[in-house]
Design a protein around this ligand. Structure first.
Ligand code: DX5
Ligand code: ZN
Length: 217
């Protein structure tokens, strides 16, 4: 299995202090920083876009794991590449049959390509992309907001993916924390997004280190 990565979701940070919040997470042991991009159309919320990633990039050299919850993922690839994004993860529900070409475009612009699935989307929709995608993001809440309750029924998808694709990065996102990390880790997830449980912790460094210990290496 690929190595464990802990990716705090900066959606739960104080946006007025974004650079400082991100630096704090890196000092506390974050491997990646998870950036939730929402367009108010694919999901009922608006968050950040490429200009914020570009500004932040001047302050951190950490891997920026950008999760695009947008209706037209093809439209923003160049902007995010220029901004310094490391991973561009789009939703298969938004890209549909254009997913393979989109992954090719993401790669040509020097980013890693991730494919995300919402809770109600069957996991076999991503199987045809397994030879080109770098990561699959399995949502464990309906996308749109931080702080929601973990949906345990989504974890079966992680198990199926891990059995079929032993070397794939599999990210879980939504409602994860110390109380349920074992469920995701045992199923085979190796990239853990956590917003509320890390930023809301009195000791984020301790929470990150405990999360990583539960996932493995
Ligand atoms: C939800 C986002 C998640 C969310 C995670 O649409 O994709 O990344 O911010 O936050 P928590 O861990 O609070 O559920
Ligand atoms: Zn996310």
């Amino acid at each position: 299995m690929p190595s464990a990565k802990i990716a705090p979701s900066v959606l739960s940070s104080d946006f007025s202090q974004l650079a400082a919040e991100c630096k704090r997470m890196v000092e506390d042991g974050a491997d990646w920083l998870h950036m939730d991009v929402m367009d108010g159309h694919f999901v009922p919320n608006i968050t950040i876009g490429a200009p914020i990633v570009k500004s932040l990039r001047k302050h951190v050299d950490t891997f920026l794991d950008c999760h695009l919850m947008v209706t037209d993922p093809d439209k923003w690839v160049e902007d995010f590449a220029k901004a310094g994004a490391s991973m561009y993860t789009f939703h298969i529900e938004a890209a549909g049959k254009d997913s393979r070409a989109l992954i090719d475009k993401i790669h040509k612009l020097g980013m890693r390509a991730g494919v995300a699935v919402k809770p109600k989307t069957p996991i076999d929709t991503v199987f045809p992309l397994a030879d080109v995608m770098d990561m699959c993001l399995v949502m464990t809440v309906e996308p749109g907001f931080g702080g929601q309750k973990f949906m345990g029924e989504c974890i079966e998808k992680v198990k199926v993916l891990r059995e079929k694709f032993p070397d794939l990065d599999i990210e879980v996102d939504g409602g994860l924390g110390l109380d349920n990390i074992d469920i995701a880790a045992n199923a085979g997830a190796n990239v853990i997004v956590a917003g509320t449980s890390i930023f809301g912790s009195p000791d984020p460094a301790d929470t990150i280190s405990k999360l990583r210990a539960s996932v493995g290496t």
